[in-house]
Design a protein around this ligand. Structure first.
Ligand SMILES: [Zn+2]
Length: 189
């Protein structure tokens, strides 16, 4: 399938929310449809426009945001994401969540973890967690963190599962710095 014809991009793309610039190989494609009125109708429209059978598409629809992963018979993989408009916080979280699904399906785990490392976190969510929704939630938390810093502790959207993830993420930061200090101290002796 010619994904470029349907407005997908390859090469350098930016995954929204987490604000991660990645370089896709020529058989990987990404499209950000942004804010849509109705997730279900938009999903149907994508499938209709592209003539895709459901066998070749995987839809992750949370009720707030969605990402579709489309595979063709030539080994091409494409990801399209879109969200519904709630608040700037929810939207940012949802973009981060869906972008992380995209990073996962497009094989960008290393780049994602590189970004976490750059932000000071020593956590590999793709190894640490089995559930891809939990992995995607880490992306949602990171999206908020990159924009608002540690103030996200005050962010009221979080349910207990997200607070747990947030704590785990921040623990990895402190651990990371601790390791660093230890290794500096050790190198002094
Ligand atoms: Zn999801």
């Amino acid at each position: 399938m010619d994904f470029l014809k349907f407005g997908f991009q390859t090469g350098k793309v930016i995954l929204p929310g987490i604000d991660l610039e990645v370089t896709l190989p020529s058989n990987r494609f990404f499209r950000n449809d942004g804010i849509v009125d109705n997730l279900r109708e938009h999903t149907d429209k994508i499938y209709r426009d592209m003539g895709i059978s459901l066998d070749h598409a995987h839809n992750l629809d949370s009720g707030y945001a969605a990402s579709n992963h489309l595979l063709d018979n030539s080994g091409n993989i494409a990801s399209v994401i879109y969200i519904q408009d709630f608040s700037k916080y929810d939207n940012l979280f949802n973009y981060g969540h869906e972008s992380t699904h995209a990073a996962h399906i497009l094989g960008l785990e290393k780049q994602f973890c590189g970004m976490l490392k750059h932000e000071g976190f020593s956590l590999d969510p793709f190894i640490r967690f089995k559930d891809r929704e939990v992995i995607a939630d880490i992306g949602g938390v990171i999206a908020l963190y990159k924009k608002f810093g540690e103030e996200i502790f005050d962010y009221k959207l979080f349910d207990s599962k997200l607070i747990y993830l947030q704590r785990e993420l921040f623990a990895s930061k402190r651990r990371g710095i601790g390791y660093y200090i230890n290794s500096v101290i050790r190198s002094l002796y």
